[in-house]
Design a protein around this ligand. Sequence first.
Ligand SMILES: NC(=O)c1ccc[n+]([C@@H]2O[C@H](COP(=O)([O-])OP(=O)(O)OC[C@H]3O[C@@H](n4cnc5c(N)ncnc54)[C@H](O)[C@@H]3O)[C@@H](O)[C@H]2O)c1
Length: 316
Amino acid sequence: LHGATLAAGLRAAGIRAEALLMNDREQAKRLETVERLAGRLLECGADRGALLVALGGGVVGDVTGFLAASYMRGVEYLQVPTTLVAQVDSAIGGKVAVNLPAGKNLVGAFYPPRLVVCDPALLATLPRREFRAGLYEVVKYGVIASRALFERVSASLDSLFHQDLPTLTGVVADCCAIKAGTVMRDEYEAGPRRVLNFGHTIGHALEAVTRYRRFLHGEAVGYGMLASARLSARRGLLSLDDEAAFSDLVRRMGPLPAIGDLSTTRVLEAIGHDKKVVSGTLHFVLASGIGATTIATDVTRTELRQALKEIGVKGA
Ligand SMILES: NC(=O)c1ccc[n+]([C@@H]2O[C@H](COP(=O)([O-])OP(=O)(O)OC[C@H]3O[C@@H](n4cnc5c(N)ncnc54)[C@H](O)[C@@H]3O)[C@@H](O)[C@H]2O)c1
């Protein structure tokens, strides 16, 4: 389904609609794209009553959301996510942003969409690697909030990879409910919403030190979760059985790209720059079981160094 097809369908139903296309590479998630699209909206005569529809993956969703937040001081928008990451994560929760040369998502807003339309059938054309990357986020929801979801994913991994629609729809719906429930309790990430960052502190650092070229976001989160689970188990928070069940599921999901040659010190530096460092304190999400988390503010560099080593970061 392309924007042009959607716009033609809406016009056929008597709704005035235009398709605005954008490059959806991560490099295009920047202010210049927002400016160009805002110019196109003006040319189309869009006023404050306009409704934007973000049809695409997380890049399109984040840019459209930011455009909606700022065009004429705010117009409404819908999310129609077409990747697994976008369906279970980025389309829900109202975080919208673009990147600056200095880093990802540095200019943005909390601006929830009026509606999110999630259709797992749209994932049929998604490359397997992108699908798998989304599945790491699905596993994350299991680890942070639902042992039942974790076990369902583990038991139906083949059906999920074959995109069996009833199985996939059930799993996507559960993830959406967990994300929406978490966001409703803490829209502006003052506390409880932080649990969604399980695996992300280390994941973001791995992405940053590899300049976003080696791992897809979900893959970096996969490594981040493995390291966080290890750290949680070392602290005696996560049982060794639960850690083994988790790492076994990650292994069965298929190969993560090799960690390669990375400097532990640089990864630690990148963790220090993370947005989850508030007033100098790192809020680190640990698993205290499958389906339960706790947030620690006393995770040491030594613990992080050890966990990174255990996932294969070997350089000094
Ligand atoms: N706002 C949030 O809360 C939040 C959360 C997570 C991620 N994000 C952001 O989301 C972005 C990543 O999103 P993503 O993983 O969806 O990646 P993406 O938007 O880059 O899409 C991945 C690739 O899949 C292609 N694609 C999209 N739908 C397709 C389909 N149905 N069939 C075939 N190909 C398809 C795209 O063209 C692209 O090449 C990042 O910019 C990240 O910062 C935001």
